[in-house]
Design a protein around this ligand. Structure first.
Ligand code: NAP
Length: 341
């Protein structure tokens, strides 16, 4: 089978590895990939050799974690999927692989295209930005940074009942955000940003900021524009590969005096009303990861969510290095990128 392996900064190679599928263990699932998607923010950071993400393996390492494939065979104990099912997993860019039935996966219903479904996990992360912050319908949300995750948050906001504004660092991204359903879009360095946000929120201010951009100035923007007692969901890996700070990121005027909450979009979101279960130790969790991903896929099945609208590049897997180099150059017109296997 073929797999993309990163040997060091900007040294990505497609390699041949063996995969023994002759005898599956009871809980194993054999999957052949149809398409995988580039997760630009994280993948580009790894590719260019920015600080390592905590928990990620060193070099040589796999890349990518949005994979859509077809189940070829299942072990005797697997009940979640059947042969022929189309599933989205968090497997790296590779032509085929084995996973176990307890790993993260979502079965894709008929009617959802491959190119929408492959974004299930990325959009689940966008959704998690809302859940982690205990978002409530009717709140006003600003999304700072409009890459794949940010635009996912833009698309989901109105579906969740929010009024959503995109804060971009380029007019191209403002246009994309408009297309994804933002109620308004502004540039982060607009001298009248605060006045425009006040008008947008009818003087109430921004209840929740979703921060998806790594650079420190983006945190400053987030903390400036959030209203007193508001909250900031931080999904970006702040400061990753950035020069040292020239300001205090938790300055009293923005943090303490405003009484805001900073939330890390990692780990589980709290949920007040878990399912009643006969076993008090086994309550179903509404915001377990695969539940969020399945919800996102159901919005696609309803025709309400179309991540594929933002696919700007489709590559054969053998051209993967070209795609990563384009991301490295930060080409602004590059957003959704898929690889065909
Ligand atoms: N917490 C997690 O579990 C998790 C998982 C995956 C990803 N992430 C992180 O989430 C972030 C978003 O991912 P992504 O794939 O959407 O990344 P992305 O494509 O890099 O999106 C971030 C966008 O923000 C823009 N930006 C930079 N500075 C800005 C500013 N001051 N104001 C407004 N926009 C600004 C960037 O522009 P430029 O290209 O010009 O810099 C880029 O378009 C990444 O940092 C990624 O590492 C976190």
């Amino acid at each position: 089978m073929k797999i993309a392996i990163l040997h060091g900064p900007r040294d990505l190679r497609i390699e041949e590895q063996t995969l023994d599928v002759s005898r599956l263990a009871a809980d194993e699932i054999w999957v052949k990939t149809r398409i995988s998607a580039l997760k630009i923010g994280t993948d580009r950071g790894n590719y260019e050799g920015a600080d390592q993400v905590p928990g990620a393996p060193g070099y040589p390492r796999w890349v990518g974690d949005s994979n859509l494939g077809i189940v070829q065979a299942v072990g005797s104990a697997v009940t979640r999927v059947q042969v022929g099912d189309r599933i989205v997993t968090r497997a790296p860019h590779q032509s085929e692989y084995l996973l176990t039935g307890s790993e993260s996966l979502v079965v894709i219903p008929d009617g959802v295209s491959d190119e929408d479904a492959v974004y299930a996990h990325l959009y689940a992360l966008s959704a998690h930005c809302y859940h982690k912050a205990q978002f409530r319908p009717g709140e006003t949300v600003a999304v700072v940074g409009l890459g794949v995750l940010g635009l996912g948050a833009i698309a989901l906001g109105p579906l969740f009942g929010g009024r959503v504004v995109g804060i971009a660092n380029s007019p191209i991204r403002m246009e994309m955000s408009q297309k994804m359903g933002a109620h308004a879009n502004f540039l982060y360095d607009d001298p009248n940003l605060q006045a425009k946000l006040d008008e947008f929120s009818h003087g109430v201010g921004i209840d929740l900021v979703i921060l998806t951009a790594n650079p420190w100035p983006a945190l400053r923007t987030a903390m400036q524009i959030v209203r007193p007692n508001g909250r900031v969901s931080v999904v970006s890996l702040l400061g990753r590969g950035e020069p040292p700070l020239d300001f205090n990121p938790l300055a009293m005027e923005w943090f303490y005096n405003k009484g805001i909450s900073l939330l890390a979009v990692s780990g589980r979101a709290g949920y007040l009303y878990p399912d009643a279960s006969p076993n008090p130790f086994q309550t179903a969790d509404r915001y377990a990861w695969d539940h969020i991903a399945a919800h996102v896929v159901s919005l696609m099945a309803d025709g309400l969510l179309r991540p594929s609208r933002l696919i700007t590049h489709r590559f054969h897997y053998s051209e993967m290095v070209t795609a990563y180099e384009m991301a490295y150059q930060r080409e602004k017109n590059m957003l959704g990128v898929t690889f065909n296997w």
